[in-house]
Design a protein around this ligand. Structure first.
Ligand code: LMR
Length: 391
């Protein structure tokens, strides 16, 4: 039976990690998978996480099973940072811990499907795994252009997608730091989106995986909070992988909001059953470390300061790229207006390959770069290579 399986190509983004590691050039530059890097190109464990882990070692007295919902103090501890005053009252919201943001997206889409959703509207390009999860769940992807050529969000495309959606549709939106374009909705655009979603005709799903890496913790949650205030029903996929630097520990959360406490109870019971069938319960360690941070004021401040440092560095790199103006045929100015770790460069697959093979610059085949992979030491090497390849 198993010999009938067809070969699948490895995930293109994750495959870049191995390709990069196998390259022995000293001046190679990794702009591939989305991990934050310091000014020296490292991805260290946060000091706040180290502090929390030390405390865990001293105080954790059991690693016995929890339940499919994971560590509910972790799930609750995030709420003031994610939802703040928009937290729905009256038991309309509940949540659970998930294996990373991917687990949360998977759970949100699987639950939406269980509730009758058959198609999902999504701005493209998007994080490639969104489409892979949709395909795996047999949900139809209805794509619309996320961004305009001038680097603004394409609101017309979103408006048309929402107004022409027929029954049983959901819309998957990026909460902030759009992956891969870096093109976020402005606050005024979120106000309009929230108003468009208020009638409940289309189920909103917000994937927020980079809170704090754009304009600030509150600023980056503006869209999520505005939509939360406007709608009866919402699914949220949250990732701590980037803003706590916990990538391989897989730390995420899923929140469901419905029109009533009873409906939320039913929804979360379905989510728990889906989690049990998929991964039984989420890995504990990273979520426990986050919980320790969120329950301690000093560790929380240390964590927020570390996120602020990451944000400032990303913004400095973006500003520096924008200052460079152009590199060959690539206009870098829009990168100064975009948010978060990612930007799309208008380069062909051949040019991406040339950058990798001839210059040791690694980026996704789509032309996405992780701007956090650039440092003041390698930024000129990068723009020179880009100029040579596209000029
Ligand atoms: C990325 O887009 O690079 C990250 O979200 C990592 C991943 O899992 O794809």
């Amino acid at each position: 039976m198993l010999d009938k399986l067809e070969e699948q190509s490895p995930d293109a983004l994750l495959a870049l990690i191995k390709l990069f590691n196998a390259d022995d050039r000293d001046d190679k530059i990794d702009l591939g998978v989305g991990v934050y890097r310091t000014k020296d190109g490292d991805t260290p464990v946060f000091d706040a996480i180290k502090g929390a882990e030390r405390r865990l070692v001293e105080t954790q007295d059991s690693k016995s099973y929890l339940g499919p919902e994971g560590d509910m103090r972790f799930v609750g501890g995030l709420i003031p940072h994610v939802f703040a005053d928009a937290e729905p009252a009256d038991g309309r919201m509940d949540g659970m811990q998930t294996p990373g943001g991917t687990g949360a997206v998977r759970l949100a889409l699987a639950l939406a499907k269980q509730a009758g959703v058959t198609r999902v509207l999504m701005g493209t390009p998007s994080w490639p795994n969104h489409a892979q999860i949709l395909a795996d769940l047999d949900l139809e992807l209805v794509g619309f252009d996320h961004a305009n050529a001038d680097g603004s969000a394409n609101m017309d495309a979103l408006r048309n997608a929402l107004s022409s959606a027929d029954g049983h549709a959901a819309v998957l939106l990026h909460g902030c730091c759009h992956n891969p374009t870096g093109v976020d909705y402005t606050h005024a655009e979120w106000d309009e989106i929230a108003a468009l979603l208020a009638d409940g005709a289309v189920l909103p799903i917000i994937d927020i995986a980079y809170q704090g890496l754009g304009d600030g913790m509150d600023e980056d949650a503006y869209g999520l909070r505005t939509v939360t205030n406007a709608v009866d029903e919402l699914l949220v996929a949250y990732s701590c992988d980037k803003n706590f630097g916990l990538y391989r520990d897989r730390v995420g959360a899923f929140y469901v909001i419905t029109g009533s406490e009873a409906a939320t109870k039913r929804a979360i019971s379905n989510a728990a059953a889906l989690a049990r069938a998929n991964w039984s319960m989420p890995p504990d360690h990273g979520g426990a470390a986050v919980r320790v941070i969120l329950e301690d004021a000093a560790l929380t401040q240390q964590w927020l300061d570390e996120v602020a440092d990451m944000r400032s560095r990303i913004r400095r790199v973006r500003a520096r790229l924008a200052e460079a103006g152009t590199a060959g045929s690539v206009d870098l100015a829009p990168l100064g207006r975009q948010k978060g770790m990612f930007a799309m460069l208008p380069v062909s697959k051949d040019q991406v390959q040339q950058l990798r093979e001839d210059h040791g610059v690694y980026m996704a085949g789509s032309g996405r770069i992780n701007v956090a992979g650039l440092t003041m030491q390698n930024i000129d090497t990068f723009t020179d290579a880009l100029a040579k390849v596209t000029g």
